[in-house]
Each structure stands twice: as structure tokens, then as C-alpha cells.
Design a protein around this ligand. Structure first.
Ligand code: UDP
Length: 388
């Protein structure tokens, strides 16, 4: 007798979510007739998400199309809740899988909870300790933890955090972060676009600083001062170049244009496809970023990283020696760049440090655990997957 496959509904709306869910979706689909995914794009972002969906070949079953101009977290959340509820009734999934800390992830978890459908949370247990920073992501994470049934923690520290907040040990699985899987896949496949190829060609033989900055907390004074510090540094040091894939948020493009355009050794690039971005990162001498995902990718690539934030929910990157925290103060960024340019011993030491965020098998681990939790007769997770 054949039984109907168990259904896992995934929901995502931004590029980091698709990057980190794609390896899990691929592995769930590899279970053939036993497990299937229904993949829902919320539409929180559209232009930024679409190339990643194509790249990872994730079939979109439903697109909620919620994006609006000048959208607010409450607007996004309410539109996703309204659109997702009838879909949950129609698809009747056995599990809803959300990733990370976005408003899409929060709304997905809440909608599933309202329908009494179990929720799995990928990248669970990250905390900055400051409810308002990053905003609204830190609060989203805390709320998703309360809503979730199963928690896929990237690191033992994340698992311990969940335990300390009262989550049952039997519901926590330490799996690594699937961003490592995604990055490894790209390293094998990447073919470069012309814009990235040209930027790398024109900076050959220089010490490349690769910059990303787009977080809400960095907008305004801090961002303009950070960009000014970087321009001044490149200006004063002929051997350095700056490559900046600029986020399409108008608050970022406006400041990048004002502070950085018209310099022969500063390259303002469009947002890059994942393969391009990983290749550009792997040619960096130094990475400067306020991104969350980049804090996991820098250790995976063995690249030194200055974290352009007041705090981090990924202290593992600092503890392993790959990253240093700028602390939200532009004068500190200037000081750190100056020190690194005079003494590169830290930069030189980073290559080869063990990656605290996983080994590139997280998608497979999570899919296997999901299958077991849904009652499939597949090899149960190894003891090391379960935090007890
Ligand atoms: N990224 C990319 N192209 C770019 C800039 C970033 O593919 O031009 C990737 C990067 O590798 C990382 C992810 O986008 O995995 C980070 O997304 P973002 O910074 O938007 O979000 P966060 O990680 O801070 O949540």
C-alpha cells in the first residue's frame, strides 16, 4: 500500500532566507515519494529574491505578492497572515518551515500556530541581547522561538541559548547553518557576470576591501560617516581598492553615490547574484559588512571581517578569530583600518580557521530530522544532532 507523501510548507521572502532554505528544500525533495515541499514566496522582497530563486532552482508553488512601496513590518506581517491562512487550509501541510528572523518568518510561524500546524525554525537561537537592535529582527527571533515546535540551531551556543529560555532539549537539533551548503554549491558552479569580472580585473594586484552595508541601524549619520572613512582610507593607501555591491534600498544608494562615487579605486556595483558575490568575497583581502549572512560566509571562506554593527548575534565569528566588531562607531572603523594596514598579522592568520557554522551538510541533516519527526522510517539523526 502506498501512503501519501508528508508535506513540508516552506515560506521565505528575502535573499538570506532562500539562500539558507534552498539546501534544505533540495534534501527534502530528495526523499522522493515520502516527503514533498510546498514553497511559498511571501513577496516581502521581489527583485532581490527572484535571481536567487532561479539560481537555486526552487519551484515556487505560491507567491503571496505582498510587497508594497514604503512597506512597514506591520503591513507585511498582516498581509502575509491574511494570504497564508487559506493556503494552510488548502495545502494542509504536516510542518511549516521558516528561516531566520524576517517578518516573513514571524508571520509564517504565527499563521501556522493559528492553524495548529507544527513549526520548524531554521537558524534558531541567535540573540543579540538587545530587543531593539537589530530591529525588528531580534524580536522576530525571540517570538519565533515561542511559536516554533522544532528548533534547528546552527551552533551549540545557539542550542544552549534556547535551553536557557526554557525550550525542551528534545526539540533542539544542532545542525550547522545551511548557508555553508549553499556557499559550497556556488563555489563549484560559479560563472561570473561581466560586471564582476571587470571589477576583479581592474583591481588585480590590489588589496581588495569588499563592503556590504544596508541594515536599518546603519542608516543616516553612521552610514555616511562609515563610507567617508572608507573613502578616505582608500584615498590615503594606493595599494587598496574598495568593491561595494550596493543594496537597492534608496537610503543606501543615495549615500553610496554621495560618499563614494567618482573615485578611481572605488567600484560601486549592482547587487550581485550569489555566485558572483561569493567569488568577489573570495578575492577579498578584507571584508567590511553589517550583514548577518556575511558573518557566516567570511569564516567559510577564511576571510577577515570587520563587523559594521554595534553588536552581533553571531559571536562565534569573533571567538574563532575571523571577525572583529567595529561597534557602530566610525572613528573606531578608521582606527581598525589604520592598524590592519600597518600590521597584517591578524589578516594573514585568518585563513584556515575552523568554521564554527557548519560543515556543509546542514540541509541533509535538517531534512533527515524533519523526516524522522514526521514519522518516516529513515535513519534517525545521529546522537550529536540532538542536544540532550
Ligand atoms: N549577497 C549577495 N549579493 C550581494 C550582497 C549579498 O548574494 O550583492 C548575499 C550574501 O552572500 C548573504 C546574503 O546576501 O548570504 C545576505 O543578505 P542580507 O545582507 O540582505 O541579509 P542578512 O544576512 O543581513 O540577513
Amino acid at each position: 500500500m502506498t501512503t501519501a507523501p508528508r508535506t513540508v510548507l516552506t515560506i521565505f521572502g528575502t535573499r538570506p532566507e532562500i539562500i539558507k532554505l534552498a539546501p534544505v528544500i533540495r534534501e527534502i525533495e530528495a526523499h522522493g515519494g515520502e516527503l514533498r515541499t510546498v514553497n511559498v514566496a511571501s513577496g516581502q522582497h521581489t527583485d532581490l529574491l527572484a535571481p536567487f530563486v532561479r539560481l537555486f532552482e526552487v519551484p515556487i508553488t505560491h507567491d503571496l505578492g505582498v510587497m508594497e512601496a514604503n512597506q512597514t513590518p506591520s503591513g507585511v506581517c498582516s498581509r502575509i497572515l491574511a494570504a497564508l491562512d487559506p493556503l494552510l487550509v488548502h495545502e494542509a501541510p504536516d510542518l511549516v518551515l521558516v528561516q531566520g528572523d524576517t517578518t516573513t518568518a514571524l508571520a509564517g510561524a504565527l499563521a501556522a500556530f493559528h492553524r495548529r500546524i507544527p513549526v520548524g525554525h531554521v537558524e534558531a537561537g541567535l540573540r543579540s541581547g538587545d530587543a531593539l537592535n537589530p530591529y525588528p529582527e531580534e524580536m522576530n527571533r525571540r517570538l519565533i522561538t515561542r511559536l516554533a515546535t522544532y528548533h534547528f540551531a546552527a551552533t551549540p551556543r545557539n542550542g544552549d541559548t534556547l535551553l536557557s529560555e526554557g525550550v525542551r532539549a528534545s526539540d533542539i537539533f544542532v545542525t550547522g547553518n545551511p548557508v555553508v551548503d549553499a556557499l559550497n554549491t556556488m563555489r563549484e558552479q560559479a560563472s561570473l557576470s561581466e560586471v564582476s569580472r571587470r571589477a576583479l580585473r581592474e583591481t588585480t594586484g590590489t588589496k581588495r576591501i569588499v563592503l556590504t552595508t544596508h541594515r536599518r541601524e546603519s542608516f543616516g549619520e553612521v552610514m555616511i560617516e562609515n563610507l567617508t572613512v572608507l573613502r578616505r582610507f582608500v584615498d590615503d593607501h594606493d595599494e587598496f581598492t574598495l568593491l561595494f555591491p550596493v543594496h537597492p534600498n534608496p537610503a543606501v544608494t543615495a549615500q553610496a553615490t554621495v560618499a563614494l562615487s567618482g573615485h578611481p579605486r572605488i567600484h560601486l556595483l549592482p547587487p550581485l547574484d550569489y555566485g558572483d558575490f561569493i567569488t568577489v568575497l573570495s578575492h577579498a583581502w578584507l571584508v567590511v559588512s553589517d550583514s548577518g549572512g556575511v558573518q557566516e560566509e567570511a569564516p567559510t571562506l577564511g576571510k577577515p571581517l570587520l563587523i559594521l554593527r554595534a553588536n552581533t548575534e553571531r559571536p562565534e565569528a569573533i571567538e574563532c578569530g575571523v571577525a572583529r566588531l567595529v561597534g557602530g562607531r566610525p572613528e573606531r572603523l578608521a582606527q581598525m583600518l589604520h592598524e590592519i594596514s600597518r600590521d597584517s598579522s591578524w589578516v594573514d592568520s585568518v585563513h584556515g580557521i575552523e568554521n564554527p557554522f557548519g560543515r556543509g551538510d546542514s540541509g541533509r541533516r535538517i531534512a533527515r530530522i524533519v523526516g524522522t519527526l514526521l514519522g518516516l522510517p529513515i535513519t534517525p539523526p545521529a546522537l550529536t544532532d540532538v542536544l540532550t
